[in-house]
Design a protein around this ligand. Structure first.
Ligand code: ADP
Ligand code: AMP
Length: 214
């Protein structure tokens, strides 16, 4: 099954992803995580991505589509994946749709996490991340057991550069102008389930799992 976990930055996509992947038995494909890995490894792609990420802008479609095509060619992706943070433009969506159809697949469902901008702002400002394994935390809603230390891998938990005050609003603006239109495209080609994600993490999780089995 190919599923898109959709919503603005900070909606809770990464937080809900592991439960969805476990339920469906598919890998998690987060383009943001792939760019951050490249950045950690100091690759050319990582440096290019950083120049956009740090400004709250989107990495150009051609680069994004290339990294997704590479990821989809890996053997664990043959039976479907959970997309997180992709597609982020209508152009990315149509290219994904074409690639999937050429390979006898399709987008089965879009899980659309609907969250108010003010809630998103509070979530992003309070988000803390492990730059080593990608686990995310929140200073109020989901703190690590030991402050500043990742529960999963023991590395440092820090604030992402692009979660700073100035960049958060810019990322929301980018979402509304360039990414939200993907929903219009999706409603025309596949099932879209709108999920009220203003609720606590466990309630959103239950709604997400229910949407998969409906
Ligand atoms: P996304 O992957 O959509 O950018 P994350 O999953 O990283 O968003 O969540 C953003 C922040 O909000 C994180 O700090 C996370 O712990 C917190 N968070 C996620 N879902 C909820 C929720 N339902 N209620 C409160 N905080 C949440
Ligand atoms: P995320 O971790 O999904 O919030 O992504 C962090 C940043 O990576 C975004 O603000 C963009 O700069 C970049 N990015 C991630 N995914 C995409 C994508 N599908 N298209 C363009 N840029 C992306």
């Amino acid at each position: 099954m190919d599923v898109i976990l959709f919503g603005p930055p900070g909606a809770g996509k990464g937080t809900q992803a592991s439960a969805v992947c476990e339920a469906l038995g598919v890998p998690h494909v987060s383009t943001g995580d792939i760019f951050r890995r490249h950045l950690r490894e100091g690759t050319e792609l990582g440096l290019l991505a950083k120049s956009y990420m740090s400004k709250g802008e989107l990495v150009p479609d051609s680069t994004v589509v290339d990294i997704v095509a590479t990821r989809l060619s890996e053997s664990d992706a043959a039976g479907g994946v959970l997309f997180d943070g992709f597609p982020r433009t209508v152009n990315q969506a149509t290219l994904l749709d074409r690639w999937l159809r050429q390979n006898g697949r399709k987008v089965d469902v879009v899980l659309n996490l609907v969250v108010d901008d003010k809630v998103v702002h509070a979530r992003l400002s309070g988000r803390r991340s492990c730059l080593s394994c990608g686990a995310t935390y929140h200073v109020l809603h989901q703190a690590p057991a030991v402050e500043g230390v990742c529960d999963r891998c023991g590395s440092d938990v820090v604030q992402r550069d692009d979660d700073s005050e100035g960049t958060v609003w810019k990322r929301l603006e980018t979402y509304h102008s360039q990414t939200a239109p993907v929903l219009g495209w999706a409603r025309g080609v596949c099932r879209v389930v709108d999920i009220d994600a203003n609720r606590p993490i466990s309630e959103v999780g239950q709604a997400v799992v229910a949407a998969l089995s409906s």
